[in-house]
Design a protein around this ligand. Structure first.
Ligand code: PEP
Ligand code: MN
Length: 363
């Protein structure tokens, strides 16, 4: 029997959902990058990876603790200890975390350690698991099965939504094709297709799609051009020694390069520069305000003019509109600046009096 038409998945009046994981937002036009090792292997490895990805501007930290391996003899992950290490690494670097949950019985434990639950490609149609994550209160990252049609993928998402959890992010991670140059084939067309069919955000995972680190940047850029809401990438401090998926993990330099190509590092540099400029301007403003305060005191004028401050705040909030800045925000920021200026004026005055009023006499 063909599947029944979906209900909640269909686009709601053309609106796209924004799924929040802490401060990270999928679906708001930004392009958050989830980065981290394929498997959590040791404390040192996951802490070092967290440092690398946080410094280069990743939005979230990933890492597998319960690994779905093709062979039962391959490394299966550190399990509960891996979860603890991932949680600690994310906390230290201020990054929300995501990891795969393999069984319904693990959902509670995993949800207690990480911020987002991943349902892996091989589990996409594990219906009891989908229902279990649907009952959890964590956002879900739902990977597309390697042989799943888009409709099957969306119906899998429907299982999660039907249990009451609306926070699902889809992840296109490559499907099985006849090509052998790459591990799977990133179905880039799936990105705009799902966007016409659902309101859910969708990200791409070029690491698992290609199995090749040299293809991560071009396909990450392609994902963004196609309208994806972010990407996932595997990063390891020393990919040649990785216990799983070594060839598709970037090292520190590779990850920095990716973030530069996405423009994310450059943007962060710009923000850092602007913050330094703001600090410099605040310091200059404070200097002038102390000077005026001392001048006023020397002329026996009152330091604090309520009316002048009110006029200043009114003028600034009116101007703020020209810069598309929220009036309340500007009023709050300048209210603080004015309060600290008054405090600095009073302190300078007290010091000048202690010093025999020389400062006043000189000014
Ligand atoms: C993973 O992201 O750790 C993973 C195993 O990916 P996938 O389920 O896409 O193979
Ligand atoms: Mn992997």
């Amino acid at each position: 029997m063909s599947p029944q038409p979906t209900t909640s998945l269909h686009r709601r009046g053309g609106q796209s959902a924004v799924v929040e994981v802490g401060p990270v937002r999928f679906g708001d036009g930004s392009y958050p990058v989830i980065a981290g090792p394929c498997s959590i292997e040791s404390e040192e490895q996951v802490f070092e990876t967290a440092r690398i990805v946080a410094e280069a501007g990743a939005a979230m930290l990933r890492g597998g603790a319960f690994k779905p391996r093709t062979s039962p003899y391959s490394f299966q992950g550190l399990g509960a200890e891996g979860l603890r290490l991932l949680q600690e690494a994310g906390r230290r670097r201020g990054l929300p975390t995501v990891t795969e949950v393999l069984e319904p019985g693990q959902v509670e434990l995993v949800a207690s350690r990480v911020d987002m639950l991943q349902v892996g490609a091989r589990s996409m149609q594990n219906f009891p698991l989908l229902r279990a994550v649907g009952r959890s209160h964590r956002p879900v990252l739902l990977k597309r099965g390697p042989a799943a049609t888009i409709e099957e993928w969306l119906l899998a998402a429907e299982y999660v939504l039907a249990e009451g959890n609306q926070d699902v992010v889809l992840c296109e991670r490559g499907i099985r094709t006849f090509g052998t140059e790459t591990r799977y084939t990133l179905d880039i067309s799936a990105v705009p297709v799902v966007k016409t069919l659902t309101h859910l955000p969708v990200i791409v995972d070029p690491s698992h799609a290609t199995g090749r680190r040299d293809l991560i940047a071009p396909l990450g850029l392609a994902g963004r051009a196609a309208g994806a809401d972010g990407m996932m990438v595997e990063v390891h401090p020393d990919p040649s020694s990785a216990l799983s998926d070594g060839p598709q993990q970037l090292d520190a330099a590779g990850f920095r390069d990716l973030m530069e190509r996405l423009g994310i590092l450059a943007v962060r540099d710009d923000i850092d520069r602007i913050d330094r400029e703001i600090l410099g301007l605040m310091s200059r403003r404070l200097g002038y305000s102390v000077e005026i305060g001392l001048n006023k005191a020397a002329r026996n004028m009152t330091l604090h003019s309520v009316q002048r401050e009110a006029e200043l705040l009114d003028a600034l909030t009116t101007d703020a509109q020209r810069w598309s800045l929220d009036a309340g925000y500007i009023r709050e920021v300048f209210g603080l600046i004015l309060r600290h200026s008054r405090r600095a004026q009073r302190r300078a005055l007290a010091e000048s009096r202690l010093g025999g009023g020389r400062l006043i006499a000189n000014s």
